[in-house]
Write a protein that binds this ligand. Structure first.
Ligand code: S3P
Length: 168
């Protein structure tokens, strides 16, 4: 298996799990949001504010295409909305095995309380936003995933170990 892909909603712990899993597997680690911020030399919030979500989604798709074929032995954590672009699915599948870190609305709200870095959750009622976004995304994440890992109340190391075991 050349790479491991972690998908899931904002706050599910993708990047923390990716770092630990990469250590366990002796793989590299990268995160699509970090790579886009480096490419654009600005934060995700600034990209959303200055260029809008549609442009950000194009950046995600372009980044994935650039990674395909050029990325090996890497645990890749993927921005929560990236799987919602159906055109990204084939590239994601070609990159490696896909794990969906499934999380509840309550866990997301607990983890992201006070967070200001997610433009899609800023302003308005956070519970309402998370509930409706998660309901729309859950079926897509599930369809795309090779394996679903429930992450509520689990430690990062436990989640990483569970994924490692599923890889052998
Ligand atoms: C988004 C999730 C964020 C980031 C952007 C949009 C989304 O990544 O890509 O704010 O649409 O769910 P994380 O899932 O790493 O928070």
């Amino acid at each position: 298996m050349s790479n491991v892909i972690l998908i899931g909603f904002m706050g599910c712990g993708k990047s923390s799990v990716a770092r630990v899993l990469a250590e366990l597997l002796h793989y590299s680690w990268c995160d699509t949001d970090d790579l886009i911020e480096k490419r654009e030399k600005k934060s995700i919030s600034d990209i959303f504010r200055e260029q809008g979500e549609a442009e950000f989604r194009k950046m995600e798709t372009q980044l994935l295409k650039d990674m395909a074929g050029a990325t090996v032995k890497t645990v890749i954590s993927v921005g929560g909305g990236l799987p919602m672009t159906k055109d990204n699915h084939a590239v994601l599948r070609s990159l490696g095995k896909i794990f969906y870190l499934e999380v509840s609305v309550d866990t997301v709200l607990k983890r992201l309380a006070g967070d200001t870095s997610r433009p899609l959750l800023s302003g308005g009622d956070a519970r309402e936003k998370v509930t409706s976004l998660l309901a729309a995304r859950n079926p897509v994440y599930k369809e795309l995933a090779d394996k679903i890992v429930c992450v509520n109340d689990k430690e990062v190391v436990k989640i990483a170990e569970e994924i490692r075991e599923a890889l052998v």
